[in-house]
Write a protein that binds this ligand. Structure first.
Ligand code: GLU
Length: 428
């Protein structure tokens, strides 16, 4: 049986934005999927997308409206899973791509989830704490009909944190009349959060970074590392690399770029960022004004850990790193990927490199269901094992098929998702 389909216009922005990048990645993997390629259209169509109006009363008595989204890209292997992002540039198309990358990521590291993502188009810095809480609660209430511990489990992402998760958990619980800690992950420890969750994404980046360094014959001790983004992912990864003896030679955030060829004092930089909100004005390094120069910094390991679409055909030729660890989701465009591949740069793709976060989210969810909590050592050990095994499997497949690590990760993931899809069969 062949499946006929008209493609709706919002799904076909090939080459445009993050969703366009994702479609290109799926096209690149399709020739390796054998008979499962028959189902590949599944990967190109999110299962369910909800756009919600989020009205709040502002502190000054006026009413503000925000646009919110929750996209469940796929649930073939389990409930939807993925973060919620508060950012002024959030669009439906971006959330679609982020939800699809969650499907691929969850399958690549083999946690029993589909993929989902949410977001609100807002700059949270323009809101008071009270406004932020009201917006979060109203958004949660609006998406309440499609989330739940067995349906779709949100988590932190850009500009969302443990406090936001606590409000989401409380709002969902109030609506249903009993406390449901498993409805979100990345919660405060006191509400059923997991030890090690806050650091998990950065730790996972570090773990696969060490594996990649071994493959490239690079010693982490003394290696030069450049990090874009100094939040929950980049900040933790920078700290772990520097604790392992690497030199963090450049850090860029949304405001400024600081460099120091002998290595920045990461703890002092973190203290400065906690105090001022940015790396700008940090005295322990030199600030450079041309943001584009960051990409040409002399380094061995480059960690894009901010937003998508950062490494492009414009800056890829100037990159000097031997290894790129994608802490962010979707930081590299497919065309830039080709340039890096030709230059011999080893790119550890987002769907492996930043999967530590959702892996410990999975541990949190399991702990909540069993009401039995693990030690931080147990969590970090299990996380490290999963990350190493996923990296090794993808590495081996990449060698066998002579493809990039990204294509190999997509082969592993799409095979798992589409096998589940095929075995479940079409209903009715
Ligand atoms: N937002 C994180 C990601 O992009 C974590 C998602 C989760 O823990 O569900 O992977």
């Amino acid at each position: 049986m062949t499946i006929k389909h008209e493609v709706p216009s919002y799904l076909t922005q090939h080459g445009i934005g993050p969703w366009g990048d994702y479609l290109e990645q799926i096209d690149r993997v399709t020739p390796y999927l054998g008979n499962l390629a028959r189902w590949v259209e599944t990967m190109k169509r999110p299962k369910r997308m909800l756009i919600v109006d989020v009205p709040i009363e502002r502190d000054d008595g006026t009413i503000a409206h925000f646009e919110g989204y929750r996209v469940q890209h796929n649930t073939s292997r389990g409930p939807g899973k993925g973060g919620v992002r508060f950012h002024q540039d959030v669009t439906l198309s971006e959330v679609m791509a982020l939800s699809a990358w969650m499907t691929v990521k969850n399958a690549a590291v083999n946690v029993p989830y589909g993929g989902a993502k949410g977001g609100i188009r807002v700059d949270p810095k323009t809101l008071s704490q009270g406004e932020l809480q009201r917006m979060t609660r109203r958004y949660t209430s609006e998406i309440n009909i499609i989330i739940g511990p067995n349906k779709d489990i949100p988590a932190p992402d850009v500009n969302t944190n443990e406090q936001i998760m606590a409000w989401m958990m409380d709002t969902y619980s109030m609506n249903q009349g009993s406390t449901a800690s498993g409805v979100v992950t990345g919660k405060p420890i006191s509400l059923g959060g997991s030890l090690g969750r806050r650091e998990a994404t950065g730790r996972g980046v570090f773990v696969v970074g060490c594996e990649a360094a071994v493959k490239r014959g690079l010693n982490i001790h003394g290696a030069k590392v450049a990090v874009q983004g100094f939040g929950n992912v980049g900040g933790i990864a920078a700290r772990l690399f520097s604790e392992a003896g690497a030199k963090v030679v450049a850090v860029q955030d949304h405001i400024s770029t600081v460099v120091r060829s002998s290595g920045l004092d990461v703890a002092a930089l973190q203290a400065h960022v906690n105090e001022t909100g940015s790396v700008a004005g940090f005295k322990g390094g030199e600030e450079i004004s041309d943001r584009a120069q960051f990409w040409a910094v002399d380094c061995d390991i480059l960690v894009p850990a901010a937003l998508e679409q950062q490494i492009t055909v414009e800056n890829a030729p100037s990159i000097r790193a031997k290894i790129i660890l994608e802490g962010a989701n979707g930081p590299t465009s497919p065309a830039a990927d080709d340039i890096l591949h030709e230059k011999g740069v080893l790119v550890v793709p987002d769907v492996i490199a930043n999967a530590g976060g959702v892996t410990v989210s999975y541990f949190e969810w399991v702990q909540d269901f069993s009401s039995f909590f693990w030690t931080e050592d147990e969590i970090n050990l299990r996380l490290t094992r999963i990350m190493r095994e996923a990296f090794a499997a993808v590495w081996q497949l990449a060698e066998e098929k002579k493809v990039s690590l990204r294509t190999a990760a997509f082969i592993v993931a799409c095979t798992r998702v589409l096998q589940a899809r095929e075995m479940r069969g079409l209903y009715p």
